[in-house]
Design a protein around this ligand. Structure first.
Ligand code: NDP
Ligand code: 7N6
Length: 304
């Protein structure tokens, strides 16, 4: 039986639904928020009606699937696949972009430009990434994307993950119980873990206190991995030097958040993974899984 694929309009958060429809035209895929009568849906997030339809497969166009009700999906025999594997280059480059901005002070000059202000750095303000250190918390697709680039720029790269086996480009791999030890010597701490019960609030007051005062946080994972009010306090008190943030507890970041106005903070609108070929990469992943579904093989990127 051919697979009837619906494309939920929520994918418009990343790319035109019509673009994906035309890339999947060999399956007569349709853009439809009514998933009745379809076998599969490609979606940005979860919708309650997915649980009531006859779907046997949901493809999430994001790597993060923390909003999906995994137990309910399991109970109903609906498979969920995600899009991990696609974001190493895009998010890796964004994370290094944050780090380069802070080292070379580009964020400050861009702000000065709005006032036509010519304000060179203090003699001891700018530094190079070469010779500095980064601790990458989470060493999957995103983490490796960061680690590879940081290593190429001459940084000492350490990392954290639950599986304590060696990782290319990473000089030392710590387990989560040694998180404080792992982050305490690093000039940069980059968060690249999924949001789970274990990682919610992973960085809070105690961790910011343990970090160097000249350290920068880069969060390209999920806002909930950081205790955001503890972060604001740490930035205000000088417990850490600054932060590059792509993700927040609440998105869009509310206009009254103090993070918007901090000179040592760069805010990006959950855009670290944005890239012009996103829909093409999703289409390739969906195509591969349609092939597997029809062959009765197990799906790639299977979550449940
Ligand atoms: P992967 O599954 O490839 O990697 C996740 C990594 O985190 C693995 O190395 C895993 O290793 C590690 N990990 C899991 N739990 C813990 C823990 N408790 N402590 C330490 N390490 C842990 O995922 P991706 O790299 O593709 O994506 C990671 C997350 O980043 C996504 O879930 C999503 O939330 C976010 N993301 C954000 C994007 C953006 O636009 N800003 C884009 C893409 C992803 P181990 O199992 O050994 O612990
Ligand atoms: C889309 C970003 C993910 O989890 O948060 C990201 O993959 C989605 C540009």
């Amino acid at each position: 039986m051919p697979t009837r694929v619906a494309i939920h309009s929520s994918v418009e958060r990343i790319f035109p639904a019509e673009k994906l429809r035309s890339l999947l035209s060999e399956y007569d895929a349709e853009v439809s928020d009514d998933v009745a009568g379809f076998d599969a849906v490609v979606s940005f997030g979860h919708e309650p009606e997915f649980l009531e339809a006859d779907l046997d497969w949901i493809h999430c166009v994001r790597a993060g699937y923390d909003e999906f009700p995994l137990d309910a999906l399991r109970e109903r025999g609906i498979r969920l696949t995600n899009s991990t594997g696609l974001h190493g280059d895009s998010v890796g480059e964004t994370a290094l972009g944050f780090m380069l901005q802070f080292a070379r002070r580009l964020h400050r000059y861009r702000s000065d430009q709005a006032d036509k202000a010519w304000d060179p750095p203090a003699w001891d303000e700018a530094f190079t990434l070469n010779g500095e250190s980064v601790c990458v918390v989470g060493l999957g697709t995103l983490g490796l994307g960061v680690a590879r680039r940081a290593d190429a720029l001459g940084m000492d790269v350490t990392g954290v993950r639950r599986t304590p086996t060696p990782v290319e480009h990473v000089s030392e791999v710590y387990t989560p119980d040694a998180l404080v030890e792992a982050i305490s010597d690093a000039r940069f701490v980059a968060l690249t873990v999924p949001l789970t019960d274990e990682t919610e609030g992973l960085l809070g007051a105690a961790e910011f206190d343990a970090m160097r005062e000249d350290a920068y946080l880069v969060n390209v994972a999920r806002g909930g991995v950081v205790d955001q009010s503890a972060l604001v306090s740490a930035l205000r008190s000088g417990d850490i030097a600054g932060a590059g943030l792509d993700v927040f507890e609440e998105e869009p970041l509310p206009t009254d958040s103090p993070l918007w106005e901090m000179e040592n903070v760069v805010v990006t609108p959950h855009a670290a993974a944005a890239t012009v070929d996103y829909a093409d990469r999703i289409a390739a992943l969906v195509r591969e899984n349609v092939r597997r579904r029809e062959a009765g093989d197990s799906l790639t990127n299977l979550v449940v």
